[in-house]
Structure formats: structure tokens, C-alpha cells
Design a protein around this ligand. Structure first.
Ligand code: P6P
Length: 345
């Protein structure tokens, strides 16, 4: 019986599923399980706000008081604070790091530290909120490297290969939480009527026949010859695949999720018109590495155009990285064409 058949017809909450996954590890202490619960709770709280974001005008815009006299926060600040407050006191973490905060985020002295490290982009694509385009939270979990006490930068600057878990929340037509602890990728859909994430996509695998390629074609004049050749290859019928359709939402989690379920490749190459982004736009630690962990668990691959994203040792907390992510065959083709056209350029 497949995973899906085994679970269909059952009301499998994320709590139950995480617990069942933990039972496969007899030595597990339950700390990672509880950390994943905390993230699921944060996702529900953030989701409750994103569905009303468009009402900010009625409810008051960020920085002002709304009709209820509450201070209205920018949604990404709210998401940041929610993830922080649900995790700062639990004794599960040694340190945190966020796209929204310049330096690492220490655990307050009044709280105990723990064995894990949480890195996250609390609300990626928040510029899309005003036009009601799906947005997302991305997270990754490492074991700490330092032995005790307050965590340090070295606990955060670990290669994605060291991740023990990663996932994302997609605030879209429905709210989904997708995660992996290294035993496959599993998707849960929030039932707002009961406030529970229910198993909806057990053991997600990239389809063998990809359908889409996702890139901001507006930057084409700035691309290298290799990326130009790659994009042209993606569009054509070839012995390996049919020509792919372009789908690009401009919201990383939404673009990634669609390609994970439908098959395809997302790429944000180094070449873009913004000289401030020589290494591309996406961040390694809390965007590319967690998604690379997930895509490999789903049978795919993620590269910076030359090597696996998961093998890159971060040097800086907010460093950017070019990224090609999706079906392995498609990503390896990008590497081959970049080697062929660009490496000697
Ligand atoms: P561009 C959103 O701002 C974001 O960080 C990602 O979610 C998205 O993939 C990318 O930027 C879109 O960037 O340059 O195509 O608008």
C-alpha cells in the first residue's frame, strides 16, 4: 500500500505524523519533534494574519494603530517576531538567524539553550502581499557545532549538507507546510476550520517528466552565454524532455512548490541587471540551502551553476548565491552548458 493510500481517509495531523516519524529514531529525545511543532504553530499564527493582509487599509497600515487600537505591524516584521517569540524560551535552540536580522539572534540569558540551530526567512516575497500573490516562510534546522552555552556564528554558517530538517510554509490559496527530516518530503494543508495542518501530500517526489521552467526572463539581456543557451534548451523538445512552459510568480516558495509538485526547474542566475547582486539575489543560509535539502529529498538537485548548493560552506550570514533547483536532469544540464559556454569566458 502506498503512503498516500495508507493515510487517505485518516485525519493525520502534522503532530501525529511528526511523532510517527520520530518513532523511527529510538534514540530521539523529542526535542526536534517539539521544535517542528513550534514552527507549525508559528505558521498557523502567521497564516491568520496573511489572509487579512489586504485589509491593512481597513485595519490600519503598518506602524499605525488599527481600528481595534492595535499597533499594525508589517507582515514580515510580525512573522519575524512570531518565529522568534515561539522559539526564544523553549531551551531547544542554541541560536537563531533570520533574513530580517543583521546578526545572529542569541537566546536571551534568562532562557536555557539547546542542541539545535534555527535559520529562517520569516516571510519571503513580502513585496507580493499588496498584490495578493502567495508568499512563504523558509526554515532550516542544524545541530549546534559549539559545545555549550550561547550559540555562535559558526553554528549558523554550516553547509546545507549538515541540515537535520528543513521546510517551508506557503501562504496561498490554502496554507501548506512542507518539511523533511531526511526521510522524504511531506506536505500538510491547514484546515482553518479546526486550525490543524492535515497530511495532504505524503512522500512528495519530483515527477520524472518536468513541465515548467521558472526564471525572470526580463533579465535575459544580462545573462551569460551559458544561461542564454540553457534557457533556449529548456524551451525546445529534446531527446531528454518536451519543451517546457514558463511559469514565474516572483515568489520563491510559490515557484519552488509548483515545480516540486509538477516537475521543472527554478533558477536565479548570477547575472541580473542589479550590480548589487553579483552573486544572484537569493540567500544561501536561509533560502537556497533549506530548499536544496528538500529538493534532494524529493529526488531532485540544486546547484549554484557549478556545484551542489548543499556543499557550499557559508562565509557570511546573508551571502547570496546563484541557484538552479529542480529535476536533477534539468539542473545538471544547466551546469553542463555553463561549463561549456562560460567557464572559459
Ligand atoms: P525578481 C522575492 O522578493 C524574492 O526574494 C523571491 O521570493 C523571488 O524568487 C525573487 O525575489 C524574485 O526576484 O528579481 O525576479 O523580482
Amino acid at each position: 500500500m502506498t503512503d498516500a493510500q495508507n493515510y487517505l481517509g485518516k485525519l493525520v495531523t502534522i503532530e501525529r505524523y511528526i511523532l510517527e516519524q520520530q518513532q523511527a529514531f529510538p534514540e530521539a529525545t523529542g526535542i526536534l519533534t517539539n521544535l517542528l511543532y513550534d514552527i507549525a504553530l508559528a505558521a498557523k499564527i502567521i497564516a491568520s494574519k496573511t489572509t487579512r493582509a489586504g485589509l491593512a487599509e481597513i485595519l490600519g497600515s503598518a506602524g499605525e494603530e488599527n481600528v481595534q487600537g492595535e499597533e499594525v505591524q508589517k507582515l514580515d516584521v510580525f512573522a519575524q517576531r512570531t518565529l522568534y517569540r515561539l522559539n526564544d524560551h523553549t531551551g531547544r535552540l542554541a541560536v537563531m538567524a533570520s533574513e530580517e536580522v543583521e546578526d545572529i539572534i542569541p537566546i536571551p540569558d534568562r532562557f536555557p539553550t539547546g542542541p539545535y540551530v534555527l535559520v529562517f526567512d520569516p516571510l519571503d516575497g513580502s513585496s507580493n502581499i499588496d498584490v495578493n500573490v502567495s508568499i512563504g516562510t523558509i526554515f532550516g534546522i542544524y545541530r549546534r557545532k559549539t559545545l555549550q552555552g550561547r550559540g555562535a556564528l559558526e553554528d549558523v554558517l554550516q553547509p546545507g549538507r549538515n541540515l537535520v530538517a528543513a521546510g517551508y510554509v506557503l501562504y496561498g490559496a490554502s496554507t501548506m507546510l512542507v518539511y523533511s527530516t531526511g526521510r522524504g518530503v511531506h506536505g500538510f494543508t491547514l484546515d482553518p476550520a479546526i486550525g490543524e495542518f492535515l497530511l495532504s501530500h505524503p512522500n512528495i517526489k519530483l515527477p520524472d517528466k518536468p513541465k515548467y521552467y521558472s526564471v525572470n526572463q526580463g533579465y535575459q539581456p544580462y545573462w551569460s552565454l551559458g544561461v542564454q543557451a540553457y534557457t533556449e534548451w529548456l524551451q525546445r523538445d529534446t531527446p531528454e524532455k518536451k519543451g517546457l512552459s514558463l511559469r514565474y510568480i516572483g515568489s520563491l516558495v510559490a515557484d519552488f512548490h509548483r515545480n516540486l509538485l509538477s516537475g521543472g526547474v527554478f533558477y536565479y542566475p548570477a547575472d541580473s541587471k542589479d550590480p548589487k547582486k553579483p552573486g544572484g539575489k537569493l540567500r544561501l543560509v536561509y533560502e537556497a540551502a533549506p530548499l536544496a535539502f528538500l529538493v534532494e529529498q524529493a529526488g531532485g538537485y540544486a546547484s549554484d551553476g557549478a556545484r551542489p548548493i548543499l556543499d557550499i560552506e557559508p562565509q557570511k550570514l546573508h551571502q547570496r548565491v546563484p541557484m538552479f533547483i529542480g529535476n536533477r536532469m534539468l539542473v545538471e544540464k544547466a551546469e553542463a552548458l555553463i561549463r561549456q559556454h562560460d567557464v572559459h569566458a
